[in-house]
Write a new protein. Sequence first.
Lengths: 114, 111
Amino acid sequence: AQSVTQLDSHVSVSEGTPVLLRCNYSSSYSPSLFWYVQHPNKGLQLLLKYTSAATLVKGINGFEAEFKKSETSFHLTKPSAHMSDAAEYFCAVRFMNRDDKIIFGKGTRLHILP
Amino acid sequence: SQTIHQWPATLVQPVGSPLSLECTVEGTSNPNLYWYRQAAGRGLQLLFYSVGIGQISSEVPQNLSASRPQDRQFILSSKKLLLSDSGFYLCAWSVWPSEAFFGQGTRLTVV
């Protein structure tokens, strides 16, 4: 069965320290992978995406993610957290099969401590 | 450029009443269309998706149904709403292998 798991529902980091948000998927098909961010009372904004090109993907606002097929992971990182990064982050996976559905994880709430 | 329209933005409906939420896409042909429900702590739950006119796949057995009468129109319906149908509903479109593009959402409150 196809699934996506965000391992942490909440992550807290201090401003200026690195951010790591974890995402794993399960599928026998080649995936496209995405990270979205949602600020309070706002819509979903695409941070970055992997669609079978370079495995290290750079996105907006200093975020990047690395696709690791052997680990079925697509973790999101940022070297130095900023207060404005406080938001909810969603990992999404799209599988290249006849169904072609896009599945989202349950989200990770990122808290930035001053 | 492509745009997606979803309406209404908010809706308050009594239990047992019918529901119809509509979503239309402009600027693209034969998109995949999706209905999601967002609830706190549960992320975006995929409810229905469609890869073409009249082709609907249901992900979660429930009180809702979906239809795609035209290439760029996707409708979410219910004959009788339940309290548990309250939530934030999002329509999205996509073409392989790109990301999903979302409408502004509908906040449904069933009272």
